[in-house]
Design a binder for this molecule. Structure first.
Ligand code: SF4
Ligand code: SF4
Length: 426
């Protein structure tokens, strides 16, 4: 008996032996002319017609991205699957997959066809934003950024709350009215989040002790806009960038120093196209040149592992400055996790993920930050060192939810420097 495929000419013989080899059933279809696909092409045509969506069509399903995509580890999502979904005619506008990519760039690093999820996802998300298909928690963060200049919805006057009652002077550009060496862009979570205040104060103490001439923007500072840019709110990014550029351009400074790798990425790679071209440094890049001047009075005596932020590492190639600072601290023993430097594992906060934890929880078996904390514990670390303002609170939550409270500390590198230099309050 033979089954005739819907495609004329494609015959599958139930019994066939060729040169003594049994190729009965589906094996012998390869001997007959047949169509492999007759899928509708509209979905793929639509994605690849978007500015930035073009490269999705280049995917040839090689699966190199499968083991590196962090979301593949905790759910049924990845660039390869996404392409296949679109190829099968699925519209992504209302598909949860659209919001799961954290823009970590792990897939782009290995993809032989340069399928660029960092362009594809924002392009499709932008259309979803225009049509109002945005998860509510992300929509709220967008609204807060547009209205208040920060995703937490805090008033601008509270940006400097961390400087109140603080025994170190934190100069503000609008008040000192002179050129400075370092304009320190503090960033949203460092300014507003209670856990961020620890890093802000540590940074102020370390800069002061090193004699670095610095000042901040204070209430004039606004969100850098990089995360909404990747999350599909390009208009919001442009608005915030234009406001920040207008503020930066009011003042004179030699170096623009940031604590946030997302701000670093925005200022270095995206503000120049909008007219804002600055000498941008992540704070670890600034401080690495001051190691010889650091006087350490404490020995920390701890096993430390370091989490590479995607936007400092893979996106911008800086792996060494944070490690050199950690290795300079007396008593710190640095142990790498299996995923480190270019293979670093995303914390889940990029690409809008910072405001999609609840949404991600509904579509993943666990949070990426929990995966990362488990990895840190497995290498025997006592401290998980970070250098992105998203991370202390994210990872501390994950330490608790994975049952590691009390056995793993999360600390920004600046907090460890502050402690080892004998400056910290605690
Ligand atoms: S690595 Fe690139 S070409 Fe290969 S399956 Fe993934 S997206 Fe497609
Ligand atoms: S950028 Fe990262 S999270 Fe997004 S698809 Fe690629 S590997 Fe996965």
């Amino acid at each position: 008996m033979s089954r005739v495929d819907k495609t004329e000419g494609s015959i599958e013989k139930a019994e066939a032996v060729v040169d003594g080899v049994d190729i009965s059933g589906h094996w012998n279809r390869m001997l007959e002319p047949r169509w492999i696909t007759d899928y509708p092409t509209e979905a793929m045509d639509w994605v690849t017609s978007l500015d930035g969506g073009e490269s999705l069509r280049a995917c040839y399903q090689c699966a190199k991205c499968v083991p590196v995509c962090p979301v593949e580890h905790v759910g049924s999502y990845g660039p390869r699957k996404l392409m296949r979904k679109v190829q099968l005619g699925n519209n992504l506008m209302e598909d949860p997959d659209l919001w799961l990519c954290t823009s970590c760039a792990a897939c782009l690093r290995v993809c032989p066809k340069e399928v660029d999820m960092l362009q594809i996802m924002p392009a499709i998300r932008e259309q979803a934003v225009l049509e109002g298909h945005v998860p509510p928690e992300l929509a709220k963060a967008f609204e807060n950024m547009g209205r208040h200049g920060n995703p937490l919805g805090q008033p601008s006057r509270k940006r400097i709350a961390w400087t109140k009652g603080f025994d170190v002077e934190v100069p503000i550009m609008s008040k000192i009215k002179r050129k400075v060496d370092v304009l320190w862009y503090v960033s949203d979570y460092t300014s507003y989040h209670p856990r961020g205040h620890d890093a802000a104060r540590a940074m102020a103490r370390v800069l002061t002790r090193l004699g670095i001439d610095f000042a901040i923007l204070g209430q004039e500072e606004k969100c850098d806009g990089d995360s909404p840019r990747v999350a599909g709110e390009k208009g919001l990014f442009e608005m915030l960038a234009e406001e920040n550029i207008a503020t930066f351009d009011k003042y004179e400074f030699d170096r623009l120093v940031v604590m946030d790798p997302h701000a670093y990425n925005a200022f270095k790679n995206h503000y120049p196209a909008l007219g804002g071209d600055y000498n941008v440094l992540h704070y670890t890049q600034l401080l690495v040149d001051y190691i010889d001047r650091m006087e350490f009075s404490e020995t920390l005596d701890m096993e430390v592992t370091f989490h590479d932020p995607c936007y400092l590492g893979r996106h911008n190639g800086e792996y060494e400055a944070p490690r050199k600072l950690l290795e300079a601290i007396p008593g710190v023993k640095l142990t790498e996790m299996p995923h480190y430097k270019a293979t670093g594992f995303c914390c889940g906060g990029g690409g809008g993920g910072m405001w999609l934890d609840g949404f991600a929880a509904d579509h993943q078996s666990e949070r990426l930050s929990e995966r990362r904390v488990k990895e840190a514990v497995e290498v025997g670390a006592q401290t998980l060192a970070v250098t992105c303002p998203y991370e202390p609170s994210r990872f501390e939550d994950a330490v608790k939810s994975t049952g590691n409270d009390g056995s793993l500390e999360v600390a920004d590198i600046i907090e460890l420097l502050d402690r080892a230099m004998g400056l910290s309050e605690s």
